[in-house]
Design a protein around this ligand. Structure first.
Ligand SMILES: Cc1ncc(COP(=O)(O)O)c(C=O)c1O
Length: 488
C-alpha cells in the first residue's frame, strides 16, 4: 500500500537525498556494465508490441513510491534504453555523455533556471556567456571581453541553424522581413551542399521561403562542396534576380562526416558580400584538436557558426551554440516586444536577457555541463576524445579496405565511416537491400547499433565511432558479424 500523497513529502529534502543516492548507485552500476560491454546494445522489441505495455489508466492516486520508481527504472526502463556507453554502440552522432556533465544536468533540472531574462538565471546567464566566449575563441574570433556577447546556447542544432538563417535573412534582405514578412521577397534563396542536414531545408520551410528556396550544390568524391559549382550557381542566381541570403557550408556533414572547404568558400563569400553560415554541429569540435583543427581552416570567415555540444563535445543532449562574428547580428533573428519580460527596447538594455536572441523563452541551464567539462578537462583533455574518435575511424577504414568482402565509400575526414558488404551475384537494387537487411538483423540481435545512408542511389552501412570504449576488437567483430549475417 502506498501512503496518501502530501505536499510536504513531495518536496522533502531528506527523501530527495535518500532517493538520489539510491538512484546514483543504480546509474553507476549500469554505467559500469555498459562501459564494459555487458548485455546487449539494444534490447530489441517490436515497438507495436511494446506500445501495448504503455496503455495503463491514468493514476488517480499514487501507484508506487520512490523505491518502486527506482526499481521500475532498474528492471524495465534502463534495460530497454539504447546502451549509449556500450563499446558496440556505433550508430548515430549521439555523444557518449561524460558522467560529470550528466550530473550537471541534474543541477540544471533541480534549480530550474528559466533563463528567459537575467533575473531568472543569474549564474546560468553568466556561465552561458563564458561558454560562448570560449567557443568563439576556438573559432578564431577575437575573445570578447566586452559586455557584448555574440551568441547563445539553444536546444539542438536544428533550432540553432534556424536561428542563424533567420539572422542571415534579416541581415541580407533589403527591408525588415521580421516586421513586414516575406511578401516582397519572393526570390530569397539559400545555397547549400547536397549533403547538408535536413534542418536547413526545414528552416527554409519554416521561414516561409519554401524548401525549393534551397539550392543544392554538388559535392566532390570526398563529399565536400564543389566550390566551382557554388560560384556558378551563385552567378546563375544573380542573373535570375534572386537574392542569396546565406551560403551554408557544413563542417562534418551528416551522411559521411565530410568537411566542406571552408577557406575557399569563405573567401568567395567575403568577396561577394554573401553571408556564410557554417553548420559545424558535428565537426566544429575538431577545433579543439591540434591534429585536426586545420581541416576547419577558414571557419573564422563565417558570419555564423552552429556547434553541438551533444555530439563531439560529449555532452548529454541538448546543448547547441549559435555564434555570430558580429555580436550585433546575435539580435537579428528575433525582435520582440514583450513588456512583461523585457523592459528595454535596445540591445544595450537587453544584453543579459537571453530570450531576446532565442526562439526559446524558458530555456534550460545548458551551459553548466559544458563549462564544467572544459574546466575539469581543459581543451587538451577534450581533444583526447576527438583524436581518439578520428583515429578509430581511420583504423576502421583501413580494416575495411584490407578486406575484400567490403567496399569503403571514402576515407573518413572525421569519425563517420560508410562502407558496404559486397556480393557480385546481386544487382544494384538487391545489393542495397542486402545492406539494409544486414543492418536490421544486427540491430535486432542486440549485438551492434549502426546506421545506413543512401547516396546517389547506393545504400551504405554507416558507423559513427564516437564511443571511446570501442576497441579494435569490436570493429573486427562487427565485420565478422556482417559476413555471418550476410551468409545467413
Ligand atoms: C550537420 C548537422 N547539422 C544539424 C544537425 C541537427 O542537430 P540536432 O540533432 O542537435 O538538432 C545534425 C544532426 O545530426 C547534423 O548532423
Amino acid at each position: 500500500m502506498t501512503p496518501k500523497t502530501n505536499i510536504g513529502d513531495m518536496f522533502d529534502a531528506e527523501n530527495f537525498r535518500t532517493s538520489g543516492h539510491a538512484l546514483i548507485d543504480v546509474l553507476a552500476d549500469q554505467l559500469q556494465r555498459r562501459l564494459t560491454g555487458v548485455g546487449p546494445v539494444i534490447n530489441w522489441k517490436s515497438p507495436e508490441l511494446e506500445d501495448q505495455h504503455w496503455q495503463q489508466p491514468l493514476p488517480q492516486q499514487a501507484i508506487f513510491n520512490a523505491d518502486d520508481l527506482i526499481n521500475k527504472l532498474q528492471s524495465d526502463i534502463l534495460p530497454d534504453s539504447l546502451a549509449i556507453h556500450h563499446p558496440r554502440n556505433m550508430g548515430h552522432q549521439v555523444a557518449t555523455p561524460l558522467p560529470m556533465a550528466a550530473l550537471c544536468d541534474l543541477v540544471a533540472a533541480l534549480t530550474n533556471q528559466a533563463m528567459a531574462v537575467y533575473e531568472t538565471g543569474p549564474s546560468a546567464t553568466m556561465i552561458e556567456r563564458q561558454v560562448i566566449r570560449w567557443l568563439s575563441e576556438l573559432i578564431g574570433w577575437k575573445p570578447t571581453i566586452t559586455k557584448h556577447i555574440n551568441g547563445i546556447l539553444t536546444s539542438g542544432g536544428a533550432q540553432a541553424n534556424l536561428t542563424a538563417l533567420l539572422a542571415a535573412r534579416q541581415h541580407s534582405a533589403k527591408s525588415n522581413v521580421w516586421k513586414n514578412g516575406i511578401a516582397d521577397h519572393k526570390l530569397l534563396k539559400i545555397l547549400v551542399s547536397e549533403h547538408s542536414h535536413y534542418s536547413i531545408s526545414r528552416a527554409a520551410g519554416i521561414m516561409g521561403l519554401g524548401t525549393d528556396a534551397v539550392i543544392k550544390v554538388a559535392t566532390d568524391i570526398e563529399g565536400r562542396m564543389d566550390v566551382t559549382q557554388l560560384q556558378h550557381l551563385h552567378q546563375e542566381s544573380l542573373i535570375k534576380g534572386e537574392h542569396i541570403i546565406a551560403v551554408v557550408a557544413t563542417a562534418g556533414c551528416t551522411p559521411t562526416g565530410s568537411i566542406d572547404p571552408l577557406l575557399q568558400i569563405g573567401q568567395y563569400c567575403n568577396t561577394q558580400g554573401l553571408w556564410l553560415h557554417v553548420d559545424g554541429a558535428h565537426g566544429a569540435s575538431a577545433l579543439l584538436s591540434e591534429q585536426h583543427r586545420q581541416q576547419l581552416d577558414g571557419i573564422a570567415l563565417a558570419d555564423s557558426v552552429v556547434w553541438d555540444g551533444h555530439k563531439l563535445l560529449y555532452m548529454p543532449a541538448t546543448v547547441s551554440a549559435v555564434v555570430f562574428k558580429n555580436p550585433a547580428n546575435s539580435f537579428a533573428a528575433f525582435a520582440q516586444d514583450a513588456s512583461y519580460l523585457f523592459q528595454g527596447e535596445n540591445h544595450e538594455t537587453e544584453e543579459f536577457n537571453t530570450s531576446y536572441r532565442t526562439l526559446e523563452c524558458t530555456k534550460r541551464m545548458m551551459g553548466l555541463k559544458l563549462w564544467a567539462a572544459l574546466s575539469l578537462y581543459g581543451v587538451e583533455g577534450m581533444a583526447l576524445l576527438i583524436d581518439e574518435a578520428f583515429a578509430k575511424a581511420r583504423l576502421f577504414a583501413d580494416k575495411i579496405q584490407a578486406d575484400q568482402a567490403f567496399e569503403l565509400l571514402m576515407q573518413p575526414q572525421t569519425n563517420i565511416v560508410c562502407f558496404r558488404y559486397l556480393n557480385d551475384g546481386l544487382d544494384a537494387e538487391n545489393l542495397n537491400l542486402l545492406q539494409a537487411t544486414i543492418r536490421k538483423s544486427l540491430i535486432e540481435s542486440g549485438a551492434f547499433h549502426l546506421t545506413q545512408v543512401t547516396l546517389h542511389g547506393a545504400t551504405w552501412l554507416r558507423t559513427t565511432l564516437m564511443n571511446p570504449m570501442t576497441q579494435a576488437s569490436d570493429l573486427d567483430a562487427l565485420l565478422t558479424s556482417i559476413k555471418q549475417f550476410a551468409k545467413n
